[in-house]
Design a protein around this ligand. Structure first.
Ligand code: R5P
Length: 310
């Protein structure tokens, strides 16, 4: 591991420090400052020539996080790093991943182009919003799943008629894999988007009456999807409801909505920093640093990543 250099952007310094700790490494000395007009200024203060560099930066809003990642990649490239891996615990701009109506962008592809053009050789992501985003890159992409971290957490809880619910059809694959681990049933909420940031529940598909539920999603943004799904499930006779989502985007009134909702606990990962415990007392944050650390080690030593999920 002495050839590995870990560099962190400002997107989630706490997670970067945890990853470094898991790997028994320090973070590279980098000046990440600003010019007086607000532009990002980067200077790497250690020799990284020939090193296997991992740049850890989630690309959550503001877009400065993405910009920091791109500029850090460029700096490493010009400093003659041997290989540059963009470690992106949360891949922002992922939700526009196809042209589903006229005159819309595919921002997930645009971001992939930017990362590649900046000079990254590989990407290590966590729970990409859609698996096909891997194909938007011509460089290697490893897409990790938070499923095992969530599974370990709930394996200590006791459930009656345990049922995993996907809050939309897009999440069925993720829900099915999770249900399989526990030999649980799977149900689906049929959601229709009414606008970019709002949706309505049309139907609950599957048996949920007298069942304890885990609703599983990749992102909670406005929390509209998950709170409406939970309400529909309760109306259909569900028992306890726990929500699990990898990326706590928590935008707008999300935390107030979750606090008032019928959901008893909201379990998320630390892919995005969460410091708002006062606004919602139901949030539990699980650490994905060990998972990301193991993946970084395996990429460096050229071992299988899929082994992490067996
Ligand atoms: C949708 O495809 C995603 O999986 C999430 O369900 C969605 O992004 C959540 O958004 P919100 O919390 O704003 O309803």
């Amino acid at each position: 591991m002495d050839q590995v250099t870990l560099i962190s952007g400002n997107g989630n310094l706490d997670l970067s420090r945890r990853i470094a700790e898991n790997l028994g490494l320090g973070l590279c000395d980098v000046d990440l400052g600003r010019f007086s007009d607000g532009e990002i200024r980067v200077s790497i203060n250690e020799n990284i020539r020939g090193k296997d560099v991992f740049i850890i930066q989630p690309t959550l809003p503001p877009a400065d996080n993405l910009m920091e990642l791109l500029i850090l990649i460029d700096a490493c490239h010009r400093a003659s790093a041997n290989r540059i891996t963009a470690v992106i615990p949360y891949y922002g701009y992922a939700r526009q991943d196809r042209k589903d109506k006229p005159r819309v962008p595919i921002s997930a592809k645009l971001v992939a182009n930017l990362i590649e053009t900046a000079g990254a050789h590989r990407v290590l992501a966590l729970e990409l919003h859609a698996a096909q985003i891997q194909g938007f890159f011509d460089i290697q992409v490893d897409n990790l799943f938070a499923g095992p971290v969530f599974a370990e957490y709930i394996s200590g809880k006791s459930f009656r008629n345990f049922t995993v619910v996907s809050p939309d059809v897009g999440g069925i694959k993720m829900g099915r894999a999770f249900a399989k681990r526990f030999d649980a049933n799977l149900a689906i909420v049929d959601k229709r988007r009414t606008a970019a940031d709002s949706s309505d529940v049309m139907n609950v598909i599957g048996e949920v009456e007298d069942c304890d539920i885990v609703i599983l999603d990749d992102i909670i943004s406005t929390a509209g999807t998950i709170t409406k799904a939970a309400k529909a499930l309760k109306e259909a006779g569900a028992g306890r409801i726990i929500a699990m989502a990898t990326h706590p985007v928590f935008s707008g009134e999300a935390l107030e909505r979750l606090e008032k909702s019928v959901i008893e606990e909201i379990v998320v990962s630390n892919s995005i920093p969460f410091e708002d415990g006062k606004r919602c007392s139901k949030v539990t944050v699980l650490d994905v640093a060990p998972l990301l650390g193991k993946a970084i080690r395996r990429i460096h030593t050229e071992e299988s990543i899929s082994k992490l999920f067996e």
